[in-house]
Design a protein around this ligand. Structure first.
Ligand code: UN1
Length: 511
């Protein structure tokens, strides 16, 4: 366990040991199989985790249900104060946690720290909500009647998160679920258990200090058996699932089957459009972050680039230059912009995508190689890749979670919007333009059909204040900001009669 020894101080300060228990429901335990957390830089085991069994999930659900009964009685501003304590605990550990994210997931350190910051930000947001979440007072047609809307907690929110944001996605969901009065049960990705253990330990400490049952934020690591138990169990009133469209489709059906609620954040196939009037320098910097950042492993990563034919050569030329400067390497090393892919199987997906591109007549403009020599050969390193394809090729239809950006030309803006929308997924989209008419078309009814519709910024790197999520096969869920909090609540429409009479709605006279 040499990675462990090398980073012992950081890991131990976060409560991570060589052997860890991967279940927390008020106490740390685990009666499932032992899983390894693997360092994507060299494929060495960082540490071991005894994961949860279906029985552990069952018990954890019962414990969260109990804890939530107490939590729901807290006033909303009181809940806000508990979230503030969580926020401060996270902020005090921003750098060690960011480093753990970089180590276990493989994203570069500034992005690892940024991810923890995103969790801090959403806790700030939830604190604000704790003083502002409000329902409506609706005009009643009946005299002496008041109609008000109540927003009460659903009960338990089950959060199933993906490897690529092993901290922030739990952060968005748990912060909003907690402020609305829910208990939270977390089933993280099987390949990033250490991040979830470190976060849960911090929350445990805060909850204990606040004299709350620590099982309010429970954790069950493990594979699809425990995930399936969570998804099919009625006690999980809301399931928030982030992952692939294939799995999300099954999760959606299983939750619907029992009339639970779900928030699905599934695959994206995000595009950037660069028009003839765009600031090309700005666009090229944005595209680099959008396509190469996180080694292409964000659900918001740009996969497709549509460029007006008159500026295609200039922009793509600039990008090729920029790609040459990108340093691929250990995500903890300064100056590295592209870390490894998270797993070996992602490297295989990258290789398969390259084969498909060539077989379909696409061209590799730069990159297109797995790094097989030198120090990086032990890890899952690939070269960020630019291709030239045509819009009718199949390769651009599916999301491959690797740093491959497909470039295409267009003639008219309408054609570009059509290309943007002509895929099954609908998460994020951006246009680079200086023309107000194009901007308003883009954000209007005949514009982008995605959930995230940007102008002159990349497709990735959304702030927490907006609702995050997408349309079509992206699943339709919205998390984090705006009024996403409503999804964690049951809405009550309350009509209160204080008139002493019984006038009926619609003027009905009954006897
Ligand atoms: C994800 O990739 O699952 O907008 C989430 C972004 C980040 C979140 C990405 N704020 O890129």
């Amino acid at each position: 366990l040499s990675t462990y020894d090398k980073h012992k101080d950081t890991l131990e300060a976060l409560g991570i040991h060589k052997q860890n228990k991967g279940v927390f429901d008020g106490e740390w335990k685990g009666s499932g199989s032992v899983m390894h957390s693997v360092n994507p830089v060299n494929n060495e085991v960082i540490a071991e985790v005894t994961t949860g069994s279906v029985q552990d999930m069952d018990t954890a659900l019962a414990r969260v249900v109990e804890a939530q009964k107490l939590w729901r009685e807290y006033t909303i501003p009181q809940r806000g104060q508990v979230l503030l304590a969580m926020r401060n605990a996270l902020a005090a550990n921003l750098h060690p946690l960011g480093k753990l994210v970089a180590l276990e997931m493989g994203k570069i350190l500034p992005e690892g720290v940024g991810e923890v910051q995103e969790y801090v930000d959403v806790l700030d947001y939830a604190l604000g909500l704790s003083r502002s979440m409000s329902g409506s007072f609706i005009p009643s047609e009946r005299p002496g009647h008041a109609m008000i809307e109540t927003w009460n907690p659903l009960g338990v929110t089950g959060v199933i998160s993906a490897f690529n944001f092993p901290v922030a996605v739990y952060g968005w969901n748990s912060a909003i679920a907690l402020v609305t009065g829910n208990g939270v049960l977390w089933k993280p990705s099987p390949t990033t258990p250490l991040c979830s253990i470190a976060i849960t330990k911090l929350l445990e400490k805060v909850l204990r200090e606040q004299n709350l049952p620590t099982s309010l934020c429970s954790l069950v690591t493990g594979g699809s058996d425990v995930g399936n138990k969570l998804v099919t169990d009625k006690r999980a009133n809301l399931i928030s699932f982030t992952g692939s469209t294939a799995v999300g489709r099954k999760v959606g059906v299983a939750v619907q089957e029992r009339f639970g609620k779900h928030i699905l954040e599934l695959g994206g196939n995000n595009a950037i459009i660069v028009t003839e009037d765009a600031d090309i320098e700005l666009a090229s910097r944005a595209i680099l972050f959008a396509a190469v950042g996180t080694a292409g492993q964000r659900c918001t990563t740009t996969r497709r680039l549509m460029v007006h034919e008159s500026v295609y050569d200039t922009l793509v030329g600039k990008l090729q230059e920029a790609y040459k400067q990108v340093k691929v390497g250990d995500p903890l090393d300064q100056g590295v912009l592209c870390g490894p892919l998270h797993t070996k199987s992602a490297v295989e997906a990258y290789e398969k995508a390259l084969k498909d591109i060539k077989a379909q007549g696409g061209e590799i403009l730069c990159g297109g190689e797995v790094i097989k020599t030198g120090d990086l050969a032990k890890g899952n390193f690939v070269m960020p890749t630019l291709t030239k394809v045509s819009p009718d090729m199949d390769v651009i239809k599916n999301e491959v979670f690797v740093p491959i950006l497909h470039t295409m030309k267009f003639k008219t803006f309408d054609e570009a919007i059509h290309m943007n929308n002509n895929v099954a997924q609908g998460l994020s989209s951006s246009v680079f333009t200086s023309d107000p008419a194009k901007i308003f078309k883009w954000i209007g009814p005949a514009g982008s059909d995605c959930g995230i519709i940007n102008v002159n910024i990349p497709t990735n790197g959304a702030e927490i204040g907006g609702a995050f999520g997408g349309e079509k096969e992206t699943g339709g869920g919205r998390e984090s900001g705006s009024d996403s909090w409503k999804q964690y609540c049951r809405r009550g429409t309350c009509t209160i009669n204080y008139s002493g009479q019984l006038p009926l709605a619609q003027g009905i006279n009954f006897g």
